[in-house]
Design a protein around this ligand. Structure first.
Ligand code: KIV
Ligand code: ZN
Length: 385
């Protein structure tokens, strides 16, 4: 099975989520957990953006030993020099340098011609390569860039020393078939592409970041970028935990694996949620509170007979103790009986029927019935004549 590198940008793109501001100690705490999770590369921040970010990136690079630590830089010498000062103590110093390649960005933001953009990119990759053993080049807004222009600039920056080429869908605009075609086109048309690893970095504006990442992998990407819980600019980045679990569960479809320690996923998700203050939606895939909760009678009955009827991921795989049978208005007698036994009640058929009726009445008043509610119902039923 082929390996796909995981490039985590929770501490850079993730921290760009509106309202999120991690201090140095919080960033270091998350970095240590990301190391335990087994990411290959972590982007610790954007050192030139502030003194605080510089210090956080430096401390992470000096502390983390189990993976490569990188930092973001625009294509200018000042950003690259500052990034080097922050990253040089790392186990495997790596620079992530970017410049926009789409007509919209080149015209309105950079006010540069395509030739000037190529010249700047090549000059800055070569400059970075004088210091950094690994240089990643990102063609910002690649998915709205001209494919032949991308082919041209990629060939040049690889010649200048870039060993990873990232094609970001900066504004979450693409679809799985489109991104697949772009990666295939680049692979087939850049003559020196074998000297570099292709990376995919997707935003979730149209809700397709994870699907787009999987499509890019199928078409030649060997590095996936994303964040824990999918946090990030606007609608966020691709959720790394979802991609890693999708690759694991659908090995029949994708013959790729990441090196992530899947059972560290829940702990990492909880930590990121707590320190960023960004709550994980209950129905979020893999880590949401309801991802392993079953409420309807039919599903609960199926689960009690054989868990694979309604569960494709085991909670233990991602570090969650167990699934939850939520007793609510859709629940049936089978789950109710099981829960009563778990709470230590062995009721006759008649008593059980009575208790179940009381429970159903209560579900008309409450959305989720708690163990305390059940205990009260079961005790009352047991003691009544
Ligand atoms: O989304 C994006 O284009 C980025 C780049 C800086 C890689 O985050
Ligand atoms: Zn991004």
């Amino acid at each position: 099975m082929a390996h796909v590198n995981v490039f985590d940008t929770t501490l850079r793109d993730g921290e760009q989520s509106a309202g999120v501001n991690l201090d140095r100690l919080e960033k270091v705490e998350i970095a240590k957990q990301l190391e335990r999770l087994g990411v290959d590369i972590m982007e610790a921040g954007f050192p030139a953006s502030s003194q605080a970010d510089f210090e956080a990136v430096k401390e992470i690079a000096d502390t983390v030993r189990g993976c490569s630590v990188t930092g973001l830089a625009r294509a200018n010498k000042r950003d690259i020099d500052i990034a080097w000062e922050a990253l040089k103590g790392g186990a495997e110093p790596r620079l992530h340098v970017f410049i926009a390649t789409s007509p919209i960005h080149m015209t309105h933001k950079l006010k540069k011609t395509p030739d000037e953009v190529v010249e700047k990119a090549v000059e800055m990759v070569a400059y970075a390569k004088e210091k950094f053993p690994y240089v990643q080049f990102s063609a910002e807004d690649a998915l709205r860039s001209d494919q032949d222009f991308l082919v041209h600039i990629i060939e040049k920056v690889i010649d200048a020393g870039a060993s990873v080429i990232n094609l970001p869908d900066t504004v979450g605009f693409t679809t799985p078939d489109e991104i697949g075609r772009l990666f295939r086109y680049v692979r087939e048309n850049v003559p020196n592409i074998d000297k570099a690893i292709l990376s995919t970095h997707n935003h979730d504006d149209l809700g397709m970041a994870v699907s787009n990442s999987l499509a890019a992998i199928e078409n030649g990407a060997r590095q996936i970028e994303g964040t824990i819980n999918g946090i990030g600019e606007r609608a966020g980045n691709a959720a790394l935990e979802e991609i890693a679990v999708a690759l694991k569960i659908r090995q029949d479809r994708f013959d790729f694996e990441t090196g992530l320690v899947l059972k560290e996923i829940k702990r990492t998700s909880d930590l990121v949620s707590r320190l960023t203050g960004m709550q994980v939606p209950g129905n979020k895939a893999v880590v949401g509170r309801n991802a392993f909760a079953h409420e309807s009678g039919i599903h609960q009955d199926g689960m009690l007979k054989e868990s694979t009827t309604y569960e494709i991921i085991t909670p233990a795989m991602v570090g969650i103790d167990s699934n939850r049978m939520v007793l609510g208005k859709h629940s049936g007698r089978h789950a109710f009986k099981q829960k009563a036994e778990e709470l230590g009640f062995e009721l006759s058929e008649n008593k059980l029927k009575e208790a179940f009726e009381s429970f159903k009445t209560l579900t008309g008043k409450k959305k989720e019935v708690t163990d305390d509610d059940l205990f009260a119902i079961l005790t009352d039923t047991q003691t009544e004549d």
